[in-house]
Write a protein that binds this ligand. Structure first.
Ligand SMILES: C[S@@+](CC[C@H](N)C(=O)[O-])C[C@H]1O[C@@H](n2cnc3c(N)ncnc32)[C@H](O)[C@@H]1O
Length: 213
């Protein structure tokens, strides 16, 4: 199954998996969270709100209407004031989906077995998204991206860092690796790629961008 519309019973997208990959301790977290590419049901946002965390989400394909969810394609400007959020998250949303572009990506993956092409095509939108997100984040606060957007960092690291944004990478913790290996298996069945080495370069890591103080 191609994971375009992730559902709750798909372990690639269930809330515990997302939480593991984001690496935030929400038991002690306080403040406002933005989930970028939150998915059609905004499951992480709903989960966090049940725990009294002020979570909001944005996604091109949202299927539910809530005051705290914004339907926006290509991560259009987030209608929030500057310095608003204490944390921003992007889980498995750095590929563009549901469009001709997505089909194009699939084509390339099948033809060339080159996983990083996913990012090559989606990067412009992601770079715009990073700029927007830095605007709405409070100074010193983080945007956490999973999986690591290797191609984006390879191409735009200088540009990102020149804005004073600190970029670091963390390995997702070992508990998640076994599960990620099953995700790799699923991707291989769908795409006949990527190689395990390419998969690991991205899916074993999250990238954290910190807005300058
Ligand atoms: C694989 S799903 C992940 C959803 C959720 N973050 C999760 O982990 O369950 C990717 C989501 O990103 C959204 N998305 C991808 N590209 C987007 C874009 N350019 N603008 C807005 N949303 C986008 C899709 O609509 C989709 O819901």
């Amino acid at each position: 199954m191609i994971p375009i519309n992730p559902s709750a019973d798909n372990e690639q997208y269930d809330v515990p998996f997302i939480l593991d990959n984001m690496g935030v301790d929400f038991l002690i977290f306080k403040g406002k969270v933005l989930d970028i590419g939150c998915g059609i049901e905004a499951r992480l946002v709903e989960h966090l709100r049940k725990k009294d965390i002020q979570a909001e989400g944005t996604d091109a394909a949202l299927e539910i209407k809530r005051s705290y969810l914004t339907r926006a394609f290509d991560y259009e400007p987030i209608q929030r004031p500057d310095n608003h959020y204490d944390l921003a998250l992007s889980h498995m949303s750095n590929f563009r989906q549901g469009t001709n572009v997505f089909r194009q990506i699939l084509f390339h993956m099948l033809e060339e077995s080159h996983f990083n092409l996913v990012h090559a095509i989606a990067d412009k939108a992601m770079l715009g998204c990073i700029k927007q997100t830095m605007r709405v984040l409070k100074p010193g606060k983080e945007l956490r991206i999973f999986p690591r957007p290797n191609y984006l960092l390879h191409t735009y690291l200088g540009e990102i860092e020149s804005q004073g944004i600190e970029v670091r990478t963390e390995k997702v913790f070992d508990k998640g690796i076994e599960r990620l290996d099953r995700v790799h298996l699923a991707f291989n069945i769908i795409f006949k790629s990527p190689s395990k080495a390419l998969f690991e370069q991205e899916f074993y890591y999250r990238t954290i961008l910190t807005k300058p103080r």
